[in-house]
Design a protein around this ligand. Structure first.
Ligand code: CDP
Ligand code: MG
Length: 710
């Protein structure tokens, strides 16, 4: 049945075009039927994500199980599920649904399930055979997200194993891997030389221009926001009709750019300033991961007649989402990327230049329906000197702690020789093992502990889970649950652009901090949560206090979900119970210490602090912290995250006492990476174990470590 033929189809006319995948329908279905592994490739926008699951559904693949489709990004999972349910004429959450972290929109009837790769990984933990599924489609594999890469290895193993043991039910499970062109030969080789199905694409030429507004010296500054706005406005006033897609880095930059665009666009006189007289207005739309869903939907709507649409987006619009009608791309040349920063020994979100291949992908978005233009705000010199050829896969640049714990829970002990599409450096694996060992998730032999199994149940980073479990064992989870929830949602504080509003919001935020004792950012989060929850009119309370109500609503829902997991786990007979008497403030901070003792720093010279994890990095308190400018009164602090600009900043902080971490800090130096290397390979001998035990007795005292770090 062709896409147009479905009786229930309710589509807006704008979307009624002819996708390249339509002509491949029968051949594609046959290819899936014939193979247990299949690689499907095709240009972005050719219809892979939205159409293939429908084809398989319509040809009966759901009779023995669901079709699960993973996406690296939550927005993509949600919007695509919306789109597909609409195309099929079903209500979202019935036959077609989605599941992303903390948001499950599926039901008993769901047979086409879009989800994030992280969600499928968690599902495998609960059901290693994925009994509910007949097909798993790993989508956007070219993005090389950490979870997708791990799923690739896991599913490859699973399917190959079940081919050998004929009795296994999962024999019929199929794996389809979808990628926008890149690396298909490599993927096929990885998946037992499976066939590659290419959807013939149709792209139009894109003229590329370097605008020379950014050069190699600007690599660490944030002038790109201003320059991007300038170029976008030039395009609007000088170029013929056609929508604009601007690539920026993150929510705050996007909001800033949109504000600047609104301001400037207001003063345009359409009689004189605009070359193409059919253009009579500009519709500015932001697009980033944590945006409200109904707003995201607007992105796909055609603009009113005469109005040019300008979407200001993160990298999400590079491949995950295709917006029709885009004729111009404005590329900032930067992306916000999670990297393991060896300088500070932590994962940090950094603004870095994109790779050349990424820049080409961005430019390509201008040529999907007709020829287009791409304006690069940077110079050719920037391109040559600052931009790498390819983006490094996440598995080679971020913390592996959470996925290694998942692998261990799934019985994959030799995490070094796991089938990775691209292997991470061994030192990254060892860092992860060390962290897991430090928070008692694995033992010295590299086996998962009871605590580790409990930790794997939470969709949270290990440090936060550890703190939460500590609180639960002390019976004070009511303090930690809200904090964990607040740390898991997007930023809750509204920071308006206009100076007079800025003052007002800052004053309200300061008031909330003072109520919480004035010197603990975690307690501020707790205070906001409790005050808002207790209010009769929480949305009005948020408005009054310059707090994002939408973020608060998700925090309430996340808290409830974490609480439910905890209630279930507490019934476990092995759930630890401890006793402690102390103030609420002390309890909160002590629990945090048990999860974040690797993020502890001691006052050093001036206003700087020095970390304790062996890196001895010099860090500064971020101006957004309630403790900013109180440095002189502080000695030891604990921080939640790190931001690297020209300086290394730590954010979300509380003061702690040395006694609270005294017994924990030695753990940071107890195990050396080379020792873990044999553990990772499961080759540890009893002699080596004995050596460790003796070392335990002579381990460095934390004071020494602290001295050294200074
Ligand atoms: O996965 P692939 O990049 O091959 O294409 P797709 O995401 O299936 O998109 C096919 C078409 O559906 C594109 O033209 C999109 O613009 C459109 N689409 C849409 O209009 N609204 C959505 N929420 C998702 C896709
Ligand atoms: Mg896609």
């Amino acid at each position: 049945m062709s896409k147009r033929g479905h009786p229930n189809r309710k589509l807006d006319s704008h979307n009624d075009d002819d996708l390249p995948i339509f002509r491949q329908r029968e051949k594609l279905i046959q290819a899936v039927r014939d193979n247990s592994f299949l690689v499907v490739t095709g240009e972005t926008g050719s219809g892979k994500t939205t159409q293939l699951p429908q084809y398989l559904y319509q040809s009966g693949f759901c009779r023995h199980g669901k079709i699960g489709i993973t996406q690296p990004r939550r927005v993509a999972a949600i919007t695509v599920a919306q789109r597909v349910s609409q195309e099929l004429g079903y209500d979202l959450g019935r036959q077609v649904g989605y599941q992303v972290r903390f948001d499950d929109c599926t039901s008993q009837d769901t047979v086409i399930k879009y989800m994030t790769d992280g969600c499928l990984l968690r599902e495998i933990l609960a059901d290693p055979d994925l009994k509910q599924y007949s097909i798993i489609i790993l989508d956007e594999v070219h993005e090389r997200s950490l979870n997708t890469d791990i799923l690739l290895g896991l599913l490859k193993r699973k399917l190959l194993q079940s081919r050998e043991s004929l009795s296994s039910r999962s024999k019929s499970l199929k794996l389809v891997v979808m990628s926008a062109t890149l690396e298909t030969g490599k993927l096929s080789a990885f998946l037992a030389d499976c066939p590659v199905f290419s959807i013939p694409g149709r792209t139009f030429s894109v003229t590329e221009r370097f605008c020379n507004l950014i050069g190699p010296k600007d690599v660490e500054s944030s002038v790109y926001v201003k320059e991007v706005v300038k170029v976008a406005l030039d395009v609007h006033t000088c170029e013929p009709a056609g929508d604009i897609l601007v690539f920026l880095t993150g929510q705050s930059e996007i909001e800033k750019a949109c504000d600047m665009l609104y301001d400037k666009a207001e003063s345009i006189d359409y009689r004189y300033d605009v070359h193409d007289h059919s253009v009579e207005g500009l519709l500015i739309l932001p697009l980033y991961g944590s945006m409200p869903t109904d707003q995201q939907r607007m992105i796909f709507q055609p603009p009113p007649a005469g109005v040019r649409k300008c979407v200001v987006a993160t990298n999400i619009a590079a491949t995950s989402l295709t917006i029709r009608g885009i004729k111009y791309v404005v590329d900032s040349g930067f992306v916000k990327q999670l990297n393991h920063n060896f300088r500070v020994g932590l994962d940090t979100l950094e603004v870095v230049p994109i790779s050349k291949s990424e820049a080409q992908q961005r430019a390509g978005r201008a040529g999907r329906t007709s020829s287009g233009k791409c304006f690069r705000i940077y110079s050719r010199e920037f391109w040559e000197k600052c931009m790498p050829d390819y983006t490094i896969p996440e598995v080679q640049r971020t913390s592996l702690t959470a996925v290694i714990l998942t692998l261990k829970c799934l019985g994959v002990h030799d995490v070094i020789r796991f089938p990775y599409l691209d292997s991470p450096e061994e030192k990254y694996i060892l860092v992860a093992l060390k962290q897991l060992y430090q928070c008692d998730a694995i033992d010295r032999r590299g086996h998962v502990t009871t605590l580790g199994r409990l930790m794997a149940e939470f969709p949270l980073p290990p440090g936060l889970t550890r703190a939460l479990l500590k609180a639960a064992s002390l019976g004070c989870e009511d303090i930690l649950l809200p904090v964990a929830a607040m740390l898991s949602v997007e930023n809750i504080f509204i920071r308006p652009g206009r100076p007079e509003k800025q003052q007002e919001s800052e004053q309200k935020h300061r008031q909330l901090a003072t109520q919480a004792g004035g010197c603990n950012d975690f307690a501020v989060l707790l205070n906001v949560f409790e005050k808002c929850k207790a209010s009769d009119t929480p949305s009005a309370w948020c408005r009054d206090h310059w707090i994002h109500w939408r973020a608060m609503k998700s925090a309430f829902s996340v808290e409830k979900q974490l609480r439910d997991i905890l209630i279930r786990l507490k019934q476990h007979p092995d759930f630890p119970v401890e006793k402690f008497d102390g103030s609420r403030s002390e309890l909160l901070r002590r629990c945090l210490c048990s999860g974040y003792f690797a993020n502890v720093a001691r006052r050093s010279v001036g206003r700087t602090f020095c970390t304790m994890d062996g890196h001895g990095s010099v860090v500064h308190i971020h101006p957004s912290s309630a403790l900013f400018e109180q440095e002189a009164q502080l000695d030891w602090i604990l921080f939640h995250d790190v931001l690297v600009t020209s300086r290394v900043y730590v954010r979300t902080i509380c003061p702690i006492r040395y006694e609270w971490v005294k017994d924990l800090l030695p753990k940071l130096h107890e195990v050396e990476p080379h020792e873990l290397s044999s553990v990772a390979r499961e080759e540890v001998t009893d002699e080596e174990m004995a050596k460790w035990e003796t070392k335990e007795a002579t381990k460095r005292r934390p004071e020494e470590a602290a001295e050294e770090a200074l």
